[in-house]
Design a protein around this ligand. Structure first.
Ligand code: BYC
Length: 332
């Protein structure tokens, strides 16, 4: 998520106002529109920092979808039945589609596809920490659908009401597909938990490994989240990292109980007064290490993306040549 560097002056961070002051009249009109819950559209005037924050978040989100195809794509050839293979194929293809809608949404803000891809491949742009953990066995496919897509959808439902029109509309479609992803994961976990003792042990092991990384997907705690305050003011984010994380925990713990699995957090406890679960402390050192690119599979993921880009060069060249030939014919 170094995409802050996209289209911004050196040293400038998204969420921090650009050095040139904005026209106060235009700024006031913009803020009034946002406060009235109007969508901001590509040709509307917007403050430069709003545009940069959106390019950062949307391109990071797109990269996450594309890199997120890798841990699961790894299991397509090893799915245990034809039905499971078809479901997993459909899910991974959906993720590719989500990445494309999101890159298109970011392009409406003036970011070019090449620039965004280059930022990812050069390590300047990041993607969600969750995709830097390995998928060790088939139960991980269930745990990813249930927990990772479950966490993603919790965040994305709120983004359907984000203030930038193209991002909000992309989210409506993405959420419909994500809800199928979450359900197929939970159904897979249910099958494993109702299967043999060994299958249930695998399901518990997958929950043990994916629980904490899933909670980290929501980002740092609110008191340590530099972008949240401005993003909430501009209604880019509709809820804070901690609010969404809490909602995810509250929804997911009863689902784990129904599966007969134990959430790997000894401090997890229902708090009657708050009406929410209390949880133990997240390992923030691990989170920041993964954000810095020191995750278990970070190097492997980046190499896979760069190789795919290089190996696809001939397709892009051929498509370009074909488009130019058609243009020439049309002109003639
Ligand atoms: N991983 O100020 P904060 C999916 C960074 S994929 C890495 O709270 P913000 C799926 C953050 O960028 C779902 N970095 O930031 C696909 C910032 O750094 P910079 C992906 C993280 O933006 C395939 C710094 O930490 N979803 O659905 O206000 C299969 C401080 O954070 C992470 C999205 O991308 C992280 N987890 O809030 C299955 C949703 N968290 O950029 C599923 C859209 C934080 O200032 N994004 N950082 O250098 C968002 O909602 C927000 O960007 C976040 C972070 C809540 C993630």
């Amino acid at each position: 998520m170094y995409t802050t560097e996209l289209q911004s002056a050196p040293g400038q961070k998204a969420g921090i106002p650009a050095s040139a002051p904005e026209d106060p009249v235009k700024l006031a009109a913009f803020e009034a529109r946002v406060a009235a819950d109007e969508f901001i559209e590509p040709k509307d005037w917007m403050p430069e920092a709003y545009r940069r924050t959106l390019v950062r978040q949307i391109s990071q989100h797109a990269h996450s979808e594309i890199v997120g195809m890798l841990p699961e794509g790894n299991w397509i050839t090893r799915a245990p039945t034809l039905r499971r293979k078809a479901v997993l194929l459909a899910k991974v293809q959906d993720e590719g589609g989500h990445g494309l809608y999101l890159y298109s949404a970011a392009e409406t803000l003036g970011a070019s596809r090449e620039e965004m891809i280059d930022a990812l491949h050069s390590g300047r742009a990041k993607y969600s920490t969750i995709f830097n953990y390995p998928t060790l066995n088939w139960a991980d496919i269930g745990a990813i659908g249930w927990l990772v897509d479950g966490a993603a959808i919790m965040n994305q439902v709120a983004l359907q009401r984000t203030s930038y029109g193209p991002y909000a509309r992309a989210m409506v479609r993405i959420c419909k597909e994500e809800s199928f992803h979450q359900r197929q994961g939970y159904e897979l976990m249910l099958a494993m938990c109702n299967g043999t003792a060994e299958q249930k042990r695998m399901a518990q092991d997958a929950l043990n490994r994916w629980w904490w990384p899933s909670l980290m997907m929501f980002g740092p705690r609110d008191d340590n989240s530099p972008n949240s305050a401005q993003s909430i003011r501009w209604r880019i984010k509709r809820e804070t990292n901690d609010q969404l994380r809490q909602r995810f925990v509250d929804v997911t713990v009863p689902q784990a109980e129904y599966l007969g699995l134990t959430v790997p957090d000894p401090a997890l406890k229902w708090n009657e007064a708050r009406g929410h679960y209390d949880i133990g402390e997240i390992d923030w050192e691990e989170f920041y290490a993964v954000v810095r690119g020191e995750g278990m599979t970070s190097l492997e993921r980046m190499k896979a993306r760069r190789d795919a880009w290089d190996e696809g060069a001939w397709v892009r060249d051929a498509a370009q040549a074909h488009a130019e030939k058609r243009q020439r014919r049309a002109a003639a």
